[in-house]
Design a protein around this ligand. Structure first.
Ligand code: FRU
Length: 496
């Protein structure tokens, strides 16, 4: 096997060749999910940005399409979003053939090199063929730079409550909120976040949307706000905020302010490899889901990971929900249900008492790079519960629940390839345990080069990539000091 195919995931999106970072411009239309992405087709390191493009019927199996947007004399095409302009508010299409409007940042690298700081501005493009080809608007940019070095990543949402388009933009140390009636003329409505959450580096790639609180009719607004560096385990990560929006201003919910005072920030994913993620637009009300995908890498080492002809994958797409637990709002995320369609066989075990290190599945039963493992543990004490993916070469990933010291963790130190970057496996990644439980369900999605762990119905998520020359072959659970019960384990083999 070539190095390229050795590390290419089985079911996570990767570009055929060249560099990829952030997901961009995601929208759903006429049965197709569109995914654009920051792309440099000519090398496997970051460079002059294009928007690559892929389409899928289910967000799992992707077809890479032609490059959607090329850099031009106004600059590189940085991150942004796309919406279906159903009522043709922009006038670029018709009611019969609604235009798709993409909004992106022009990054003028030539100007940046002169030492000027106003080199990022916002621009639009439209498509009249359902996102396949694009025309850049002739009067770009539509939002000029207000003399801010970091001014980028516009994310548009149709605000059905106030009947307006809104757009959020990462602007230095805050999120700027704009509104528009036609997607061309934008008015600055407010700014959010200057002294809230984690700072110390530019905010990037925001997303802002209304979402129903699970099990109620209450509506809240959620702001996703990526930051690099500043993540809980180093490098890039995405924090979130929950509050209310009056059509102009986003105000944090009181309990969320308390949560920030207590934890500093709340993170969508505590692993090292889920960055710049945003949600799909135009998902029909009849579906009603908030569908999310993130870039499964980290700027600490993204340019150095040991793949050859391509670089970076996306996370498994996830459904985001907002829950209220005892007055505190939390985003939970789980893999989209479309993944279930690919389950070819389920091996089910029940009621194992774990009193020694227990091999749950071995090589003969599964291909550990196309797998979902769901298990529930009962009778947990203040102890450490360690789960291990390993192979005969003694490569291992450990993840688990340190209930004694109150954190979930992920440890990829013992995987063959780590030396390409000092940051890659320097430390064990941790996520705080903030509630008490003695029973927990864990869902683990395993591909050739990634592991995504969803604890407790997605209340805590940890996503990390790894590079192993031989596939992981077995899954075991290590003995803790106290016995506990593996209530059930479902090994879902996936077939693509
Ligand atoms: C985030 C980011 C964005 C920018 C893009 C450039 O990863 O830095 O802020 O638009 O990548 O590729």
């Amino acid at each position: 096997v070539t190095n390229e195919e050795l590390y290419r995931p089985n079911f996570h999106f990767t570009p055929k060749s060249g560099w990829m970072n952030d997901p961009n411009g995601m929208f759903f239309y006429k049965g197709l999910y569109h995914l654009y992405f920051q792309h440099y087709p000519d090398a496997t390191v970051w460079g002059p940005m294009h928007w690559g493009h892929a389409t899928s019927k289910d967000m799992i199996t992707w077809k890479e399409e032609k490059i959607a947007l090329y850099p031009d004399e106004k600059g590189y095409i940085f991150s942004g979003s796309a919406v279906v302009d159903v009522n043709n508010t922009s006038g670029f299409g018709s009611l019969k053939n609604p235009p798709i409007i993409a909004m992106f940042t022009y990054h003028d690298e030539v100007k940046a090199k002169t030492g000027a700081i106003d080199f990022q501005s916002q621009a639009i493009a439209y498509s009249l063929d359902e996102g396949m080809t694009w025309t850049k608007y002739k009067n770009n940019p539509v939002i000029k730079n207000p003399n801010l070095k970091d001014f980028r990543d516009p994310k548009i949402t149709w605000d059905a409550i106030h009947k307006q388009w809104i757009m959020v933009l990462a602007a230095d140390v805050e999120t700027k909120i704009y509104r528009s009636s036609n997607l061309i003329d934008w008015e600055l409505a407010s700014a959010f976040g200057k002294n809230l959450g984690v700072h110390g580096a530019p905010w990037e790639c925001p997303d802002f949307f209304p979402i129903k609180v699970e099990g109620s009719t209450e509506m809240k607004w959620v702001l996703l706000q990526s930051i690099n560096p500043g993540g809980p385990n180093g490098g890039s990560a995405t924090q979130y905020f929950v509050g209310d929006f009056d059509g102009k201003t986003f105000t944090l919910n009181n309990s969320f302010t308390q949560d920030l005072n207590k934890y500093g920030a709340l993170w969508l994913d505590y692993g090292k490899d889920n960055y710049a993620g945003v949600t799909w637009s135009n998902v029909p009300d009849s579906d009603g889901r908030k569908l999310f995908i993130g870039w499964m890498s980290n700027w600490e080492y993204a340019n150095k990971v040991p793949t050859k002809n391509w670089r970076s994958a996306m996370t498994i797409p996830r459904e985001l929900k907002l829950i209220n637990t005892d007055g505190h709002y939390r985003i939970v995320s789980l893999p989209v249900k479309e993944l279930d369609k690919y389950i070819s066989k389920t091996i089910k075990k029940e009621l194992l008492i774990i009193d020694k290190t227990t091999l749950v599945v071995d090589k003969s039963t599964v291909n550990m790079s196309r797998l979902e493992i769901r298990f529930t543990l009962n009778g947990l004490k203040d102890d450490n519960y360690d789960f291990i993916l390993s192979n005969k070469e003694n490569n291992a990933i450990h993840f688990g629940i340190n209930k004694k010291d109150k954190y979930f963790y992920m440890d990829r130190k013992n995987i063959s390839q780590t030396s390409f970057s000092d940051e890659f496996a320097k430390k064990i990644s941790k996520a705080p345990i903030t509630s008490d439980f003695n029973s927990i369900e864990v869902i683990v999605v395993i591909d050739k080069t990634s592991i995504e762990v969803f604890y407790d119905n997605g209340k805590t998520v940890m996503t990390e990539i790894y590079f192993s020359d031989k596939p992981m072959e077995s899954f075991s659970i290590a003995k803790a000091n106290s016995d506990f019960e593996l209530k059930n384990v479902f090994i879902n083999q996936l077939k693509f």
